[in-house]
Design a protein around this ligand. Structure first.
Ligand code: OFO
Length: 170
């Protein structure tokens, strides 16, 4: 069993992951309404990934003898100024999640909670990938700027995103 403090922090991370899922699903709805089905598909895949992250924490808490308590999720924005504005928000959100994960890792270090440290390592690596992926799209959109043709091509490219293979467990 781990400490109540660690339990609370891990439980809050489920909330952050579900909140991320909610934000990305809302972005998918925004892109659908703006006729960008490829951007919408990319965000739907992102939603799926966040749900998977939430379940990792859910299962880990129960495997340590705790019980998950679900917290209220705020209504996400449903409008953005442009595709670039939406993806910039997504990048800022991932950077915040990276910070959350690092704080969790620091807490586990302070508490000498070795199982949590081992569990969290996957998320540390995942966040590097998450920021790289979203940051890559931000850069691509900046490159095409307001060109309708460029955005259409990018939308088609992002439509190809499929669920990623599970990364190997450490
Ligand atoms: Fe997008 O990140 Fe979860 O953890």
């Amino acid at each position: 069993m781990y400490t109540p403090k660690m339990h609370q922090a891990l439980n809050e991370q489920i909330h952050h992951e579900l909140e991320s899922a909610y934000i990305y699903l809302s972005m998918a709805a925004y892109f659908e309404s703006e006729n960008f089905p490829g951007f919408a598909q990319w965000m739907k895949m992102q939603f799926e990934e966040e749900m998977e992250h939430a379940f990792r924490f859910f299962d880990f808490i129960h495997s340590r003898g705790g019980q998950v308590k679900l917290l209220a999720i705020a209504e996400p924005p449903d409008k953005y100024e442009s595709p670039l504005a939406a993806f910039k928000k997504a990048l800022a959100h991932e950077q915040k999640i990276t910070n959350d994960i690092h704080n969790l890792y620091s807490l586990a270090t302070d508490e000498k909670d070795y199982p949590s440290l081992s569990f969290l390592q996957w998320f540390i690596d995942e966040q590097v990938e998450e920021e790289e992926n979203v940051g890559g799209v931000v850069e691509d959109i900046k490159r095409v700027q307001d060109s309708e043709h460029g955005l259409l091509m990018l939308d088609r490219e992002l439509a190809q995103r499929q669920p990623g293979p599970e990364k190997e467990e450490a």
